[in-house]
Design a protein around this ligand. Structure first.
Ligand code: PEP
Length: 234
C-alpha cells in the first residue's frame, strides 16, 4: 500500500471535488488516496476518499481571528492535515517549532499530521540538504508520538517546477529521514516524496526504498491524471 495524497492548495471548487469523487469511485487499487482541500470543502461527505486540511492553528481556541483549530477540523471530518508545507514556511515564516505545535494539536484531536520537510536550492547548492532535513524532522516531530504521523520530503526547488531530483537523490534523502526517525524511535513512519509527481514518474519514484507514497500538488487537480497516479503508484 502506498499513500497518494493530493494537495489542492488554494485551488479547485466543490464542483471539481464532486467530479473527482465520481472519477475515484471505480478505482481498483490498494493504495490509500487522500485529498487535502481548502477548509471550505472539508465537509463534503463521501465514502471514496479521506479528506484532509492544509494547515491548522497552533492554538486550541481563542482570539485568533481567521484561524482554524484542530478540533474544528476534526468536527467536520478531516482525517489528515498538512503542516509545514514550504509555502507556509516561506510566506508565513513557519519555523520547525511552529510546525511541531501544529502537529501536536492535530494528534491531540485524532488527526494525522503530514509534516513537510525539504531544502531550498541555495541549501542544496551549499551541500546542506541532509542537515536541513535531519534538523527539520527532529524539530518538527512532536515528542512522545503514539499515533501515526506522516513525513513528506518535498525538495522546495522542485515544487511546481516540473523537475524532480534524481532517483539516487530521492533515495538518499529518504534514507536519511528513515534513519533519523529510527533514532527517534519512530521507525515505520511513512515517508512520502512530493514535488512534480505525475502519472509518468510516480511508478519509478514509489519503487525507491523508503518511499511510502507521494504528495501531489498540481497533478491532483486533474481527475483523470490523479486517478492514473493512484493506479500507477507501486
Ligand atoms: C506540493 O506543493 O505539495 C507539491 C507536491 O506540488 P507539485 O506536485 O505541484 O510540485
Amino acid at each position: 500500500m502506498k499513500f497518494v495524497i493530493g494537495n489542492w492548495k488554494m485551488n479547485g471548487s466543490r464542483a471539481l471535488l464532486r467530479e473527482m469523487i465520481q472519477k475515484m469511485r471505480d478505482i481498483k487499487s490498494e493504495n490509500r488516496a487522500v485529498l487535502c482541500v481548502p477548509f471550505t470543502m472539508l465537509d463534503e461527505k463521501n465514502d471514496v476518499v479521506a479528506l484532509g486540511a492544509q494547515d491548522v492553528s497552533t492554538h486550541e481556541r481563542g482570539a485568533y481571528t481567521g484561524e482554524i483549530s484542530a478540533s474544528m477540523l476534526a468536527e467536520v471530518g478531516a482525517k489528515y492535515v498538512i503542516v509545514g508545507h514550504s509555502e507556509r514556511r516561506m510566506y508565513h515564516d513557519e519555523t520547525n517549532d511552529i510546525v511541531r505545535d501544529k502537529a501536536t494539536r492535530a494528534l491531540e484531536n485524532g488527526i494525522t499530521p503530514i509534516i513537510c520537510v525539504g531544502e531550498t536550492m541555495d541549501e542544496k547548492r551549499a551541500g546542506k540538504t541532509f542537515d536541513i532535513i535531519t534538523a527539520a524532522v527532529r524539530e518538527s516531530v512532536p515528542s512522545d508520538v503514539k499515533d501515526t504521523i506522516i513525513i513528506a520530503y518535498e525538495p522546495r526547488w522542485a515544487i511546481g517546477a516540473g523537475i524532480t531530483p534524481t532517483t539516487a537523490e530521492i533515495a538518499e534523502a529518504h534514507r536519511v529521514i528513515a534513519d533519523t526517525l529510527a533514532y527517534m524511535g519512530l521507525d515505520g513512519t511513512p515517508i512520502l516524496y512530493g514535488a512534480s509527481v505525475n502519472s509518468g514518474n510516480v511508478g519509478e519514484i514509489t519503487a525507491i526504498e523508503h518511499v511510502d507514497g507521494v504528495l501531489v500538488g498540481g497533478a491532483s487537480l486533474k481527475p483523470d491524471e490523479f486517478v492514473s497516479i493512484i493506479h500507477s503508484a507501486k
